[in-house]
Design a binder for this molecule. Structure first.
Ligand SMILES: [Zn+2]
Length: 446
């Protein structure tokens, strides 16, 4: 990658003009180190070159909370708050998925994500067809943490989505045996109990034990909306964070989406357990859930990332839009001392990777790391005239997903100047339309 500005997101937050050399899927050299590393390539090999002049070269964006199974539902579940949205729309729609519709939903989302510079996702599947989710993710080329949603109880959950705790856990572990570390190490399997209202105490216990025994992440939702908080309290006698703390669910392997309504004491429980949180500002606004205080999370040194949530509650899978929202909401909440643009870019890169336990592999441009890279064109009118003076400000406030010119995962170009390498975007859109129509005909919507 030649001639761009490297925004490294390493510990020193290095920003430098220079080249980036990728050899066999890893970052082999950066900036001044590139000529020597090039000269040392066996047989004077000349690698393929991508012209990044006028562009920012970033670590690939890490999307830390997503439901690719819901991409087909974009625009189908509007004007609702969280619990109604789940009970009246999302669960009945998820229950109507087949392997084919799920794969179409995943591919459609992957097209959008890769074209927007996302290289790594943390996805919560639906209850069934998680094998198809894993196979499709492997074929897209994305790096992914994924797991089946686990649900063994709950008001409004269709029977088809309910599974006994033991069977749900068995199936998740079966998936882990098949997919954990698969696709050249790109895939990681998690356990994904959906949220307190859909999981029994026994299921949380089993999940916690299996997570500890097999080192699997626990990906769930907590403290998302006020009505959910009220129902949780009525069901288990406390809010989510104290419940999770009391049941040892909080751990360094815990990744909890939203956390909008965590108070200081609850945030302290999360911090003490070294658990991670994911900010989903677009989803929180659209479902009217509220605004998370991410500056407080960062001040408490809680590991945290950024996500859009699924396409049914956002409706974009666009990290640039989420960055702008995260920055603006923080500014509105803390006028004099909000999140800085640099912190927001960190959420979407290095911090997101750390939240998913992947910081040793991705999240920054550093020699030896996997070459997950996004190149963002900042030479257009909407970036001028000072695009490179403060690249963080440019990325958060001016850049758009459509500015992405190149997306690499493990050094493999998956999206290059408008074209996908592993996916046929036109076909993905057509398949999605066909599968979504069939799914809607199958779905038993109230
Ligand atoms: Zn979610």
């Amino acid at each position: 990658v030649h001639g761009g500005t490297l925004v490294c997101m390493d510990a020193a937050r290095t920003v430098a003009r220079g080249d980036l050399l990728v050899v066999e899927g890893r970052i082999a050299a950066l900036g001044e180190g590139v000529p020597a590393a090039l000269a040392a390539l066996p047989g004077g090999r000349v690698p393929e070159s991508f012209d990044a002049r006028g562009a920012l070269v970033l670590p690939g964006l890490v999307h830390a909370h997503l439901h690719l199974c819901q991409t087909l539902f974009r625009g189908l579940a509007e004007h609702s708050d969280l619990l109604r949205w789940l009970r009246e729309s999302i669960w009945p729609l998820e229950a109507a998925h087949t392997e084919a519709s799920l794969a179409a939903s995943v591919r459609l989302g992957a097209c959008e994500l890769l074209a927007g510079g996302v290289t790594c996702v943390n996805d919560m599947g639906t209850v069934h067809h998680t094998d198809a989710l894993g196979e499709t993710l492997a074929a897209t080329g994305l790096r992914a943490v994924f797991g089946p949603a686990l649900m063994d109880q709950g008001e409004g959950v269709p029977a088809r989505l309910l599974e006994g705790a033991e069977r749900a856990l068995d199936r998740a572990l079966e998936l882990a045996r098949r997919f954990h570390g698969a696709a050249g190490g790109r895939l990681t399997v998690s356990l994904a109990p959906r949220f307190i209202l859909s999981c029994s105490e026994g299921l949380w216990r089993d999940v916690t034990e299996a997570s500890r025994e097999h080192g699997l992440l626990v990906h769930t939702h907590l403290a998302e909306s006020p009505t959910e908080g009220g129902e949780v309290k009525a069901a288990v006698g406390s809010h989510a964070a104290p419940y999770f703390a009391a049941h040892d669910v909080l751990s360094p392997r815990f990744v909890g989406a939203h956390g909008v309504w965590l108070d200081d004491t609850e945030l302290e429980l999360v911090r003490r357990a070294d658990a991670a949180l994911v900010h989903c500002p677009g989803s929180n606004l659209k479902l009217g859930s509220g605004t998370a205080d991410v500056r407080a999370w960062r001040r408490a040194r809680v590991r945290c990332g950024l996500g859009s949530d699924g396409a049914a509650c956002n409706n974009r899978l666009d990290t640039f839009a989420e960055m702008a929202l995260a920055a603006g909401l923080s500014r509105a909440k803390h006028r004099d001392d909000p999140l800085r643009a640099r912190d927001v870019v960190a959420l979407a890169t290095c911090d997101g990777a750390a939240a998913l336990g992947l910081a040793d592999r991705v999240g920054s441009l550093e020699v030896g790391k996997h070459a997950d890279v996004a190149v963002i064109d900042v030479a257009q009118a909407h970036h001028a005239p000072f695009a490179e003076r403060d690249p963080y400000t440019t990325l958060v406030y001016a850049a758009r997903a459509a500015d992405v010119r190149l997306t690499l995962v493990d050094g493999r170009p998956l999206y290059v100047r408008g074209g996908h390498a592993a996916l046929d975007a036109e076909r993905c859109v057509a398949d999605a339309a066909r599968e979504a129509a069939l799914l809607l005909a199958r779905a038993e919507l109230p």
